[in-house]
Design a protein around this ligand. Structure first.
Ligand code: 8QM
Length: 308
C-alpha cells in the first residue's frame, strides 16, 4: 500500500501469513515454517508483527546488496530507529550505510587483515589443541558449554586484550544483542530489561586504557592516532567485536558438532579426509540456519517507511 492507502502495483498479491518466526515454538522446529515462508511467495507479509519478509535466496541476496533501498542505519532488526530509541547507541559497522559504513568497515578490515590473522593463527590453534586434549581426558562432555563456548572464551577475549575479570558478561551481552533484533516480545523485553550490568561491563572494557597492548582492541584505538577514526568512534568499534565475535563462533562450532553427531556418515567421511573440515564446518552452519530470512517493519499504510 502507498501512504494514501491505494494498493501499489503488485502489492495486492503479497500473501499474508499468520506464522510467528520469533515465537519459542518456532525455534523448537523452524524448518517447516522456513519452508512455508519460502513457498508462500517471493515477498510475504506477517500480520503478527506488521512486517514484510523475504525468505528465498534471490530476494535475500537482492535486499542485502541494495543498501540504498534497504538501509541498515535505521536498524537491522524489527525496531525502526527513526521511530523508536535504540536500546544502545547504534553500531557503527552493522547499523550504518555507505559511505559511513565503508569508512568504519575499512578500519576493521585493516585491524583484522589476512596478515594479522596469520600472526594470531598459531595461538588460536594451540588453544584449540589444549581444549581438545582436556576434553579427551574427560571422555564425556557437553559440546556446547565445554567446547563451543569454552574454546572461543579461552582465546578470543585474550586476543582482544580484555582483562580476566568480568568475562562472564561476554556471552550474556551477545545474547542481548541478538535477542534485541527481534520483535517486542517477551524474549526481547526480558533481555533488554536485564542488560544493564552487561552493558556497563562492555562500555567500560571498550575504553582505551582498559585494553592490553598488542590486542585487537588496542589496534582499533591506534587507528585514532592515524586519523582514521575519532576517539569517540573507537570504543564503539571495539564493542562490535564484543557483540559479534563470540556468539557467532559459539553458534558455528555448536552447529558443526550438532550436525556431525546427527549425521555419522558425514562424521566418518571427515575422519577419513581432514581436508573436508572447512567445507564441513561451513555446511553445518548453513544447515542450522537454512535461510537468511529478512523482515522489515513498516506500517500497513506506508510500505516505503523503511526506505532511506
Ligand atoms: C551480527 O555490534 C555490532 O557491530 C554487530 C552486532 C551483531 C552482528 C554484527 C555486528 C550479525 C552478526
Amino acid at each position: 500500500m502507498t501512504a494514501s492507502g491505494t494498493p501499489a502495483a503488485g502489492s495486492a498479491s503479497v500473501p499474508h501469513l499468520d506464522v510467528d518466526p520469533f515465537d519459542m515454538t518456532f525455534f523448537a522446529d523452524p524448518y517447516p515454517t522456513h519452508e512455508r515462508l519460502r513457498e508462500a511467495g517471493p515477498v510475504v507479509y506477517l500480520d503478527k508483527w506488521n512486517v514484510y519478509g523475504v525468505a528465498r535466496y534471490a530476494e535475500v541476496h537482492a535486499v542485502l546488496n541494495d543498501p540504498a533501498t534497504f538501509c541498515s542505519s535505521r536498524g537491522v532488526g524489527l525496531s525502526d530507529f527513526k521511530k523508536e530509541t535504540p536500546w544502545r547507541p547504534p553500531s557503527l559497522i552493522l547499523e550504518a550505510d555507505p559511505p559511513a559504513h565503508t569508512r568504519t568497515r575499512a578500519v576493521l578490515s585493516k585491524v583484522l587483515s589476512p596478515t594479522v590473522m596469520k600472526q594470531v593463527r598459531d595461538r588460536f590453534a594451540a588453544a584449540a589443541e589444549e581444549r581438545v586434549d582436556a576434553l579427551l581426558d574427560k571422555r564425556s562432555f557437553d559440546a556446547i558449554t565445554d567446547l563451543a563456548e569454552a574454546y572461543p572464551l579461552s582465546i578470543f577475549p585474550d586476543a582482544l586484550g580484555l582483562k580476566a575479570e568480568g568475562r562472564e558478561h561476554l556471552i550474556p551481552y551477545a545474547s542481548v544483542v541478538f535477542n534485541a533484533f527481534g520483535p517486542p516480545n517477551e524474549l526481547r523485553q526480558q533481555a533488554i530489561a536485564r542488560s544493564a550490568p552487561h552493558q556497563a561491563y562492555v562500555a567500560e572494557q571498550c575504553q582505551r586504557d582498559k585494553l592490553a597492548p598488542g590486542g585487537f582492541g588496542a589496534c582499533i584505538h591506534a587507528q585514532v592516532d592515524e586519523g582514521a577514526i575519532t576517539a569517540t568512534e573507537a570504543p564503539l568499534l571495539v564493542r562490535s567485536l564484543l557483540s559479534a565475535g563470540l556468539d557467532t563462533t559459539v553458534n558455528g562450532i555448536g552447529a558443526a558438532v550438532y550436525c556431525l553427531a546427527r549425521f555419522p556418515d558425514q562424521w566418518q567421511r571427515l575422519r577419513d579426509d581432514h581436508s573436508l573440515a572447512r567445507n564441513a564446518f561451513e555446511e553445518a552452519v548453513r544447515f542450522e540456519s537454512p535461510v537468511q530470512t529478512f523482515f522489515r517493519t513498516t506500517t500497513r499504510r506506508s510500505a516505503r517507511a523503511r526506505r532511506c
